[in-house]
Design a protein around this ligand. Structure first.
Ligand code: F6P
Length: 323
């Protein structure tokens, strides 16, 4: 009988609970003993394990966040930290570890697998910047939250003929901003992948007003050189010359909260179930992700070595749609 453990690491993402539930229940189905690790790699180093039965993961599929807790753990980035983690796994006789998380978490998973320990990664981050998965757990929900905010802002923007900047998360990746901009019908999208000068935005917004547009929404990625704060300062400083000022909304962690969408519940469930299947076939050192509609595994070495590229034709699409 195998003994397996599961942890969630890095920024929490809606749908992580669905993945935990699927790992636990499909693991139990295989007659394995299942354990959870509290607070990600911190709990691994600190020997914070708990047994998980089917009932322990009841009623969680609809909850955002992660019942196991998560953390960012600098100690795990050191060899000493990883040795402590390995020791804890061995002390509990755990045969394999499932790691639900994004780039940093999967890089950690790769380090453990290089030390000879069986791990299976599960692709989860609201940023959608992880190589090896077209969509990661949490992206869809975060996008829907951003859209709800944009839809609301459009109403007040139209009433006052004002320009609004909405900043979305995404770290150094423009995916959330670009998709929220397209689906929200924004006038302009600013992403980290391309430097955009504030003067370009101002010129575009002026042209939009001349066309008789009632509102102007600019979606900015937090990682863009001119993020919301910098844009606000620029427009404030040049207010007289530019002719208008900006109102700014930074969505921040609001995007990570809330109930997971149907898409994220299903994605988490499918990935969790696929992950235990891979282990049952003795396929580890991989991360499961969504590729062309299928849940497929990518070697962690490949995940760690590659950077996911943003489809830049979508930026062109966003431009073309703003008429
Ligand atoms: O990686 C997910 C994410 O929400 C990023 O979009 C954001 O930059 C970061 O985490 C925020 O991290 P923290 O919650 O540690 O402040």
């Amino acid at each position: 009988m195998k003994r397996i453990a599961v942890l969630t690491s890095g920024g929490d993402a809606p749908g992580m609970n669905a993945a935990i539930r699927a790992v636990v229940r499909t693991g139990l189905d295989k007659r394995w003993a299942v354990f959870g690790v509290r607070h990600g790699y911190t709990g691994l180093i600190g020997d914070n394990f708990l047994g998980l039965g089917a009932r322990d993961v009841g009623g969680i599929i609809q909850q955002g966040g992660t019942i196991l807790g998560s953390s960012r753990c600098p100690e795990f980035e050191t060899e000493g930290g990883r040795i402590k983690a390995l020791r804890a796994l061995q002390q509990h006789d755990i045969d394999a570890l499932f790691i639900i998380g994004g780039n940093g978490s999967q890089a950690g998973a790769y380090e453990l697998s290089k030390m000879g320990y069986p791990v299976v990664g599960i692709a989860s981050t609201i940023d959608n910047d992880l190589y090896g998965s077209d969509m990661t757990i949490g992206v869809d929900t975060a996008l829907n939250i951003a859209l709800e905010a944009i839809d609301r802002l459009k109403i007040t923007a139209s009433s006052h003929q004002r320009a609004f900047v909405v900043e979305v998360m995404g770290r150094n990746c423009g995916y959330l901003a670009l998709m929220a901009g397209i689906a929200g019908g924004a006038e302009f999208v600013v992403i980290p992948e391309i430097k955009t000068e504030p003067e370009t935005i101002a010129a575009r917004l002026r042209a939009d007003y001349r066309k008789g547009k009632a509102h102007a929404i600019v979606v900015v990625a937090e990682g863009a050189h001119y993020n919301a704060e910098r844009l606000w300062h620029y427009f404030d400083e040049h207010h007289e010359r530019l002719g208008f000022e900006l109102r700014v909304t930074i969505l921040g962690h609001v995007q990570r909260g809330g109930a997971p969408s149907a898409f994220d519940r299903l994605l988490g469930t499918r990935m969790g179930a696929a992950a235990t299947e891979h282990l049952a076939r003795a396929e580890h050192g991989v991360m499961v992700g969504l590729t062309n509609g299928q849940i497929l595994a990518t070697p962690l070495a490949e995940v760690a070595a590659n950077k996911k590229q943003l489809d830049m034709s979508l930026l062109e699409l966003a431009r073309a749609l703003n008429k």
